[in-house]
Design a protein around this ligand. Sequence first.
Ligand code: BDR
Ligand code: CA
Length: 312
Amino acid sequence: PLPVILDGDPGLDDAIAWLLALASPEDVRVLGVTTVHGNVGLKLTTHNAGVTLALAGEAGAQVPIHAGADRPLVRAPLTAAEVHGDSGLPASGLPEPTRGLETEHAVNFIIRTVRERPGEVTLVATGPLTNVALAFRLAPDLPGLLREVVWMGGSTGQGNRTPAAEFNALADPHAAKIVLEAGAPTRMFGLNVTMQAIATPQRVERLRTLGNRAGAVSAELLTSYAGFYRQRYGLEGGALHDPAAVAAVLRPDLFQMQALNVQVETQEGLDFGRTVCDLYGVTEQPANVQVGMKVDDGAFFELLLDRLARLP
Ligand code: BDR
Ligand code: CA
């Protein structure tokens, strides 16, 4: 199994993404989870990390939680409570965290863990990239020591928080710029691909009727944002953004990728936080990111269902 660190801002789809990883021991070994500000503030994302590990039962019991950055590098903090609710995990009957927080900061944990296993660790980031950027600044050797960075964020086209910018990119554009320019092998799964994977009512029903708590909670979380997706996008269900990044580690063959030059706009203005993807090679700049373009969303959902069924 590939050693992975899960860095994110749970967040309802982060939580489902982490459950998918924790339920897949034949593919990945979760060395730790690290939290960042994002959908909600750091206190809540860190609490929700504990809730998510508790939801995974045995599979989450030995996984350390390290809290990271409580604000973006430069810009003013931005949250997404309108999508994820005030708590970040809008579901009932959630377990309390069973495991305490580690004292080591997330950034130090990432640096130490990657250095202990040169060339082996995959960092799956499903929130603003603040922790990853700080790790790269503190430890310039890190991009060269990671197996891969896999990020849910950005878009080759339309944004969701502004017409130009996706939430994770907009919540810390300076961090995204540092990470995408660092030279680490990087795969990006932006809205252009994650919006192809919709949790339709039929799919949510299948999760609900798995007969376990993980399925029931995931169904409730996805239902909570279906109304937002209908009203804003005219879609019958929410997008499985963050689970796509984990699925891409478990089953890379489900995704069509394209190597592109990607730059991040850090000037405040209409395009602030936009991931500018050179689809036609007009800049003649070298590709720095493997960008997800298409997903076999049916197979992706079957994978999610199959794996979540193993949890309590
Ligand atoms: C991303 O933003 C967050 O609200 C989600 O958790 C996901 O990581 C989608 O734009
Ligand atoms: Ca997220």
